[in-house]
Design a binder for this molecule. Sequence first.
Ligand code: FES
Ligand code: FES
Length: 156
Amino acid sequence: MPTVSMTVNGKSVSGEVPANTLLVEFLRETLGLTGTHVGCDTSQCGACVVHVDGKAAKSCTRLAVQCEGAEVATIEGLANGADLHPMQEAFRENHGLQCGFCTPGMIMAAVDIANRHGGKVDEETIRHELDGNICRCTGYHNIVTAIAAGAAAMGK
Ligand code: FES
Ligand code: FES
């Protein structure tokens, strides 16, 4: 079995995994980082979104071995100790979740949206960008509000 090494949430990690291991499986099963969720088997739901080399990526769509040497960030790495990341705080403040299953992927996608579009990202852009993230509970209204607020807070 190949050994794969990468940096996850700032720590060097490695593991021996079958070559067909998905990044999401490596994160959840090898590293125990179960905040990244699996909500489909069709690459549609976005519950598995993480950052790979600073960009949002569906971790069910790439193999762990393809991420050899990459910098990966998951929802577990977002907070600074007891201090929530501004986007996490915005979801909490604006009730941008119900069951929470989609939330880690939504927040990782949201941080990427804010990184690319800045603090004044408009509602239409947010809704367009969320095309790859499905929420079955909230109706999206509060998620969009949360992302706008989180992006503004990140821009400060
Ligand atoms: S698990 Fe649904 S898109 Fe990755
Ligand atoms: S909060 Fe339940 S799926 Fe989004």
